[in-house]
Design a protein around this ligand. Structure first.
Ligand SMILES: [Zn+2]
Ligand SMILES: [Zn+2]
Length: 443
């Protein structure tokens, strides 16, 4: 079966080359070979990408063993640039550890394909032979896979560069995990002249190889908070001589849950999670202060603005009611909701259906997880989708951000083909042979 697929892939390459040669012989421009508006040839793309599987797995495992945190992706960037050099693809260094490679003739529209490249401060607990070599750091969100799949697309697109009338920008973006790397890339002009941007995330909760998506909001806006509650320390046996910040902190934690449960429509998803509560250091002293931290998430910016205001009122009000002072500090960057543009989304769904079969596309519910790809969707018509990696037998159905997270590596060629098909199929970008033309030329 695999041999058959590889043979088909080789056939596809021969077909394309044959058609190009024929066009040149007849003195025809490559554009003449393309049926106006006909889709580009993507039928053999997955099989062709599977021919790259060994290289892709090698690249991914090299990345996986050397995870680097936001804005520290020096070795990662070096690997990306090494592979681009090998493929003969020019690139620019953006925002230090970011890389933007360019392909195509620059005579038509510009499409961006994005991969994030950073890892997480998690200590890997899997038993894979290529597990992280850095204690406390792990590619637990699959960004090593994203980087690899975009390099795979680079190889596939390079093969087809003569037919890329427009421009494809490959955006290797740093610092997705809480560093707003996307915003940094935008500030450095990555969206200038860009018509559309596409990105996707591997998703262990979706069966391996399936594409999941939805029009409109896919992922949440996220704010991160720190709360400091100050009281007055005292002997634990004489609480009336102090003001207990721990009791106030507990009351604040409970009261915050009412923001979602009692003040937000059940049809408008939101979440407040207090994930850190630190106070005191021994058993017979009422401490001076208590510190809380956590995240507030919503699917719309209206809800985020309202809930942030109410959050501050509740924290201060409950703190005051307990005789404490309470301060809220928000993180500098707030992720926006990731909103898929309706036209760009329809296009993505069609391309996914054509490439993998309509039965492998799944309409999914939004998630309260957040993505800094949202900065791109806020600027230009873009789409973000999920690529399933869940396989119970391979134990790859454990969620991201988990020390036991594992990747089903068979998706790597699929992701490379998906990126490639999205770029090639963008209206006006391709002027090579149309779908079916290559095999017709062979006959
Ligand atoms: Zn993540
Ligand atoms: Zn991620």
């Amino acid at each position: 079966m695999a041999r058959e697929r590889r043979a088909r892939a080789r056939g596809g390459l021969r077909g394309r080359a044959g058609l190009r040669g024929l066009a040149a012989l007849c003195g025809l421009a490559a554009a003449a070979a393309a049926g106006a508006g006909a889709p580009p040839p993507t039928a053999g793309l997955v099989a062709e990408a599977e021919g790259l599987a060994e290289w892709l797995v090698g690249v991914r495992r090299e990345l996986h063993q050397h995870p680097e945190l936001k804005y520290e992706e020096v070795q990662t960037a070096r690997l990306i640039r090494r592979e681009l050099d090998r493929l003969g693809i020019p690139y620019e260094v953006v925002a230090g550890t970011g890389t933007v490679a360019k392909l195509g003739r620059g005579e038509g529209p510009t499409v961006g394909l994005r991969a994030d490249i950073d890892a997480l401060p998690i200590h890997e607990l899997t038993d894979v032979p290529f597990r992280s070599k850095v204690d406390g750091k792990m590619h637990a969100c699959g960004h090593d896979a994203h980087t690899t799949m975009l390099l795979g697309a680079a190889a596939l697109l390079k093969e087809r560069e003569a037919s890329l009338r427009g421009t494809v920008k490959l955006v290797f973006q740093p610092a997705e995990e809480g560093g707003a790397g996307a915003l940094k890339m935008i500030e450095h002009g990555v969206l200038e002249g860009m018509d559309r941007m596409f990105g996707f995330h591997i998703w262990p909760k979706l069966p391996s190889g399936k594409i999941g998506g939805r029009a409109g909001t896919l992922m949440a806006s996220a704010s991160f908070f720190e709360v400091e509650i100050r009281g007055v320390g005292a002997h634990a046996a004489m609480p009336h001589q102090g003001i207990d910040p721990l009791l106030a902190g507990a009351a604040v934690t409970t009261a915050l849950q009412a923001l979602v449960a009692r003040e937000t429509s059940p049809l408008d998803s939101a979440v407040v999670s207090v994930t850190k509560f630190q106070s005191g250091s021994t058993y017979n002293v009422i401490p001076e202060s208590a510190e809380l931290a956590g995240t507030l998430r919503t699917l719309t910016m209206e809800s985020m603005t309202r809930l942030r205001r109410r959050f501050e009122e509740v924290v201060r009000g409950v703190g005051t009611a307990h005789g404490c002072s309470a301060e809220v500090k928000w993180s500098t960057h707030m992720a926006l909701p990731t909103v898929n543009h309706p036209d760009a989304f329809k296009f993505t769904k069609d391309v996914a259906g054509r490439l993998f079969g309509a039965e492998n596309y799944e309409e999914i519910e939004p998630t309260l997880a957040a993505e800094d790809f949202s900065y791109y969707t806020a600027e230009i018509p873009s789409t973000f989708t999920f690529l399933g990696t869940g396989n119970r037998t391979l134990e790859t159905d454990i969620g991201v951000h988990n020390p036991y997270f594992k990747l089903d590596e068979t998706v790597l060629p699929k992701g490379a083909a998906y990126h490639t098909a999205l770029a090639m199929s963008h209206p006006g970008l391709w002027d090579g042979p149309a779908e079916g033309a290559a095999s017709a030329a062979e006959l």
